[in-house]
Design a binder for this molecule. Structure first.
Ligand code: COD
Ligand code: ATP
Length: 197
C-alpha cells in the first residue's frame, strides 16, 4: 500500500513521518528531494539561476533558500515558475525511489508530500492521510518554528490549498491539536485500520 502523507506548512507532517520511520516504515520525503534536485550540478539549478538571477545564490554558489522563499511566497507568478522548474524533477525522483522500495518487496511505502493534492500526485498513492490543524494553530507553529512574522507566515499558508478543503479529499485525517503522543495514537489507529504491519 502506498500512503500519501500530506498536510500544510507546519501542520505536523514531519512529526507524523518520524513516527512512521520509528515504526520501521519507509518514507520518501518530497521536501528533501526538492533540496537534492536544486544542488549546483543539477539541471533545475541552472534553470533557477536563469529565471531568478544570481541574487538568490549564496557565496558558495548554492541556492539561498531564504532569499528564494521571500521572492516566491510574495509573488504567485514567481512561485508557479519555481514549481514548473522543480516539480517535474521531484516527481521523477520520487517515482524512482518508490519503484526501488517496491522492487525490494516493501509492502507499505509512505510518500510525504506537502503539495500532494495541489500537484495532483494523488494518482501515485492508494490512500491519502492528512495532518490537519486549524489555521490559527498552523500560523502560530509556523511563526514559532521559522521565526516568521505574521505577514510572512500568512503568505506561506495562503499559497497552499486550505487544510479545511483538503480534509474533504483525504481518506483519513489526523487532527494535530493535542500532544505529539495523542497524534501518535491517532496514527496507530489508522495504520491498524489499514492493516499496515
Ligand atoms: C521556496 C523554497 C526555496 C523555500 O525553502 P525553505 O528551505 O525555506 O522551505 P522548505 O523547502 O523546507 O519548505 C517548507 C514548506 O513550505 C511549503 N512549500 C514549499 N514550496 C512550496 C510551494 N512552491 N508552494 C507552496 N508551499 C510550498 C511546504 O509546506 C514545505 O513543507 C523551497 O520550498 C522550494 O524550492 N520550493 C519549491 C519546491 C516545492 O514545491 N517543494 C515542496 C514539495 S515538492
Ligand atoms: N502536537 C504538537 N504539539 C505542539 N507542537 C507541535 C505538534 N506537532 C508539531 N508541532 C511543532 O510544530 C512545528 C511544525 O511541525 P512539523 O515540522 O512536523 O510540520 P510539517 O508539516 O512537517 O512542516 P513543513 O511543511 O513546513 O515541513 C514544529 O516546530 C513541531 O515541533
Amino acid at each position: 500500500m502506498i500512503i500519501g502523507l500530506t498536510g500544510g506548512i507546519a501542520s505536523g507532517k514531519s512529526t507524523v513521518s518520524s513516527f512512521c520511520k520509528e515504526r520501521g516504515l519507509p518514507v520518501i520525503d518530497a521536501d528533501l528531494i526538492a533540496r537534492e534536485v536544486v544542488e549546483p550540478d543539477e539541471d533545475a539549478y541552472n534553470e533557477i539561476v536563469k529565471t531568478f538571477g544570481e541574487d538568490i545564490l549564496q557565496h558558495d554558489g548554492t541556492i539561498d533558500r531564504q532569499a528564494l522563499g521571500r521572492l516566491v511566497f510574495a509573488n504567485e507568478e514567481k512561485r508557479q515558475k519555481l514549481n514548473a522548474i522543480v516539480h517535474p524533477a521531484v516527481r521523477k525522483r520520487m517515482k524512482e525511489r518508490l519503484n526501488d522500495y517496491l522492487q525490494r518487496g516493501m509492502e507499505t511505502v509512505i510518500l510525504d508530500v506537502p503539495l500532494l493534492i495541489e500537484s495532483q500526485l494523488t494518482e501515485l498513492v492508494d490512500k491519502v492521510l492528512l495532518v490537519y490543524v486549524d489555521q490559527h494553530v498552523q500560523l502560530e507553529r509556523l511563526q514559532k518554528r521559522d521565526g516568521f512574522g505574521i505577514e510572512e507566515a500568512t503568505q506561506r499558508v495562503e499559497s497552499q490549498m486550505p487544510l479545511a478543503e483538503k480534509r474533504a479529499l483525504a481518506d483519513e485525517v489526523i487532527v494535530n491539536h493535542g500532544t505529539k503522543e495523542e497524534t501518535k495514537k491517532q496514527l496507530e489507529t489508522i495504520l491498524t485500520k489499514w492493516k499496515v504491519k
